[in-house]
Design a protein around this ligand. Structure first.
Ligand code: FES
Length: 109
């Protein structure tokens, strides 16, 4: 049976990604030919991949211990005022919309 698919919309560029059920946000973007800001390459340790979740936060996997620790690197003001997740750790389980600057096609610099 084919894997269930979900839509991930990335603002402000309004990039729409198709994600496999359980795939990370960043994984879906990379597979779709996009560059996603990262220093650790998706190990969950740099925090650079963080996104603001606009809608569908309940469609993402629960925050694990590693993600919880790394999210502490995101400025406190941001964490207090927005719903923040790591794109390399949050797994898509339904349609979701996030905000992330710097996501662009790999060919474009
Ligand atoms: S890519 Fe480094 S924490 Fe997500």
């Amino acid at each position: 049976m084919p894997a269930e698919k979900h839509w991930v919309t990335v603002e402000p560029r309004h990039i729409v990604l198709e994600a496999d059920d359980g795939e990370t946000i960043m994984g879906a973007a990379l597979r779709s030919g996009y560059r996603w800001p990262s220093l650790c390459g998706g190990d969950g340790t740099c925090s650079i991949c963080w996104v603001e979740v606009l809608t569908g936060g309940n469609q993402l996997s629960e925050v694990g211990e590693l993600e919880q620790d790394t999210l502490q690197l995101v400025p406190a003001l941001v964490r207090r005022t927005r719903s923040v997740r790591l794109a390399c750790q949050a797994r898509v389980q339904g349609d979701v919309c996030v905000r992330k600057s710097g996501v662009r096609p790999k060919a474009q610099q």
